[in-house]
Design a protein around this ligand. Structure first.
Ligand SMILES: C[S@@+](CC[C@H](N)C(=O)[O-])C[C@H]1O[C@@H](n2cnc3c(N)ncnc32)[C@H](O)[C@@H]1O
Length: 354
């Protein structure tokens, strides 16, 4: 993977910065990431399975499957009219977890490209993406510091960092209640409940984070800013930055448009309540939020596109959703990801309050 351009303090991909403290074992390395996946993935998948199994009507599995298929088609065909929490509760959490580890993508490193199994490549690219995004915090936050994650997703972010940093406290915030409950159950199963807490709320509601103002050694958000409506990007970033201790960094993994989306993607993104800014708009929002960039590592579409090709169904998808969804959904998602990634650069950025 090649960094296409950047400003601020950049480091070669995969090489930890000058250690303020020693990087944890396995950090940014396929071996360490594989080990993490071996522990995390079976627990995450079992928790998800149990969580959703309980909500299904066991007497009408075919009706459930038809409902799931309709939901997938409606969402990806641009016909859904839901709120952000609805989108996650009704579609993303469950359907996407069966083909992806998380709800986000990650650029491929040369090391990851060499892994034979496509599903494992997808998982590794996402864990590596967590490592990259949180890298400055992993390397320089106090060992017993407080890290705040905005966007719990499917729990890979906080779980990876809790695994790497055995003393930090983590607060993970999400607007969608099921993600928090799933996170709680995973944390319990992994023996991490004493130092990871989950919070459900809207970042735009000051009550959600008021008590956390000025408390974090780092705040991290991966794939969250696209959900902020265009006129509210700076407001959302300011709300995240308000949780930082003086001088502490905000770390973001996201994407920005370098070309227009196709008409299909434009529609699909609006129905997914996602608005990707241009690079200039992203920088302008950061400046308006009172933030100064200290890192801007950008990756062109080529770095991530294999992610779309590697998207496939697995046995669990077939078992839980039936053969039609198991065949159709990964193909539709793969096409969706190509349309999403091709006109964009992905970026790891860090910023501090001015
Ligand atoms: C695309 S998912 C990314 C999840 C995870 N960070 C990852 O990389 O896989 C977006 C996340 O942002 C959260 N989110 C979106 N808008 C939010 C808001 N206004 N307040 C709090 N969380 C929000 C969602 O609940 C979801 O967890």
């Amino acid at each position: 993977m090649t960094a296409t351009h950047g400003t601020g303090q950049e480091t070669p991909q995969g090489t930890p910065q000058e250690p303020g403290q020693e990087a944890p074992e396995g950090f940014l390395r396929v071996e360490g990431q594989t080990k993490f996946l071996e522990t995390f993935l079976p627990v995450r998948n079992e928790v998800l399975h149990d969580f959703y199994q309980a909500s299904r009507t066991s007497r009408a599995p075919r009706a459930d499957q038809r409902k799931d298929l309709r939901a997938a088609v409606r969402l990806l065909g641009g016909g859904a009219k839901d709120s952000v929490p609805d989108l996650y509760r009704l579609y993303y959490n469950r359907l996407f977890s069966m083909i992806w580890l998380a709800l986000n993508w990650g650029p491929y490193t040369p090391e990851i490209r060499q892994v034979a199994d496509p599903q494992q490549r997808i998982h590794l690219s996402q864990v590596n993406s967590v490592d990259r995004c949180w890298q400055p915090a992993v390397e320089s936050a106090p060992q017993d510091g407080l890290l705040i994650e905005v966007g719990t997703g499917l729990s890979d972010g906080w779980a990876r960092i809790a695994h790497l940093l055995p003393q930090v406290e983590i607060v993970s915030l999400t607007i969608e209640r099921d993600q928090a409950e799933i996170g709680r159950r995973i944390a319990e199963r992994l023996g991490l409940s004493d130092r990871v807490t989950f919070r459900v709320g809207d970042l735009f509601d000051p009550a959600t984070t008021r008590d956390l103002a000025g408390s974090a050694d780092a705040v991290t958000a991966m794939g969250v800013i696209p959900h902020f409506p265009p006129p509210r990007k700076a407001e959302g970033m300011r709300a995240m930055a308000a949780m930082l201790k003086p001088g502490a960094p905000l770390h973001i993994f996201d994407a920005y448009r370098v070309r227009p989306f196709s008409r299909f993607m434009h529609r699909a993104l609006i129905s997914s309540l996602c608005w990707y800014p241009t690079g200039d708009e992203l920088r302008a929002a950061l400046a308006e939020a009172g933030l100064s960039l200290t890192r801007f590592d950008a990756y062109d579409a080529e770095s991530c596109l294999q992610f779309a090709d590697d998207t496939r169904g697995n046995d669990q998808l077939r078992r839980e959703f039936g053969p039609v969804v198991a065949w159709v959904f990964p193909n539709v998602v793969s096409r969706f990801m190509k349309g999403l990634l091709t006109p964009q650069d992905s970026v790891y950025l860090s910023a501090v309050r001015r």
